[in-house]
Ligand binder design. Sequence first.
Ligand SMILES: O=P(O)(O)OC[C@H]1O[C@](O)(COP(=O)(O)O)[C@@H](O)[C@@H]1O
Ligand SMILES: [Mg+2]
Ligand SMILES: [Mg+2]
Length: 330
Amino acid sequence: MEDSRIALPIGTTLDRYIKKKQDEFQYATGELSQLLRDIALAGKVVNREINKAGLINIVGPIGAQNVQGEDQQKLDVLANIRFIRALTKGGEACAIISEEDEEITDLNNDGKYVIAIDPLDGSSNIDVNVSIGTIFSIYRRVTPVGTPITKEDVMQKGNEQAAAGYLLYGSSTMLVYTTGHGVNGFTYEPSLGEYFLSHPNMSIPENGKIYSINEGSYSSFSTPVKSYVNFCKENSYSGRYIGSLVADFHRNLLKGGIYMYPPTAASPNGKLRLLYECNALAFIVEQAGGSASTGEQRILDLQPEELHQRTPLFIGSKNMVSKVEEFYGV
Ligand SMILES: O=P(O)(O)OC[C@H]1O[C@](O)(COP(=O)(O)O)[C@@H](O)[C@@H]1O
Ligand SMILES: [Mg+2]
Ligand SMILES: [Mg+2]
């Protein structure tokens, strides 16, 4: 017999939710909704491939490097193909910036939106069956529809995002997104092939006791970062670091915490990319009541100069991020 303590009524599907919000906020004429559906659909395909990755020879490196000199994994490349294909077929996107492509992928000049995407985040965890994700940002183009896209369309500040989200391929698969009216999370039910609203109006605790950082690089952290890490230890915070940004971020969003990727000897500007990693999560965290900073400046105010630009990132519970900024002297 079903236990009423654990059996939840299955309610709102992603499709129904998007439709309802579109009617409520009229945030678009339907194209933005369609883009979210396209991304959600590609996410289902990628999820299926990840689930059987070890069985169909798609784990491991592909033998090439991306523009940033990182070894591409087979799944990085496959996920990139899946998302680009879905966004191309949809017709709403005029351009895509991807971690896996050196240049902008030009699509339909009649599309109104520019997409920035990290198709597979947490590549080093693919082969070891640990949670990985996809991160995306959606911007409205600034040049007239029907004309070729320009640098202006692509190099927009994070605070211009129309929507942003991530897919987390974890112990369950989730889609979390915002269109600037709060953050909502949907859990994928594979047997029904549907995402259902499971985490409405997500908000991050103002204070947290989890810190996530690759402490192996401690010796090359700057003094403010070392001081903050020591502060976390003195206060007996829990150290939790999966090494998949999406997964670390998602845990901290639910529980309260901070994720940090500061400048290190190996990555003097930090490792994470502004356009397709940091901006999306910064928009989400702010919509959930948290903050995202370089240590000295709000992430969403940064003016991008390059497609694959990196930035230091401190993101999570508001009071934790302001404590880091205090150590920076902000
Ligand atoms: O191994 P490190 O240096 O701690 O870096 C881990 C970080 O690198 C990333 O894997 C970078 O993302 P990609 O896997 O998309 O390149 C983040 O997900 C993660 O938080
Ligand atoms: Mg990534
Ligand atoms: Mg990636």
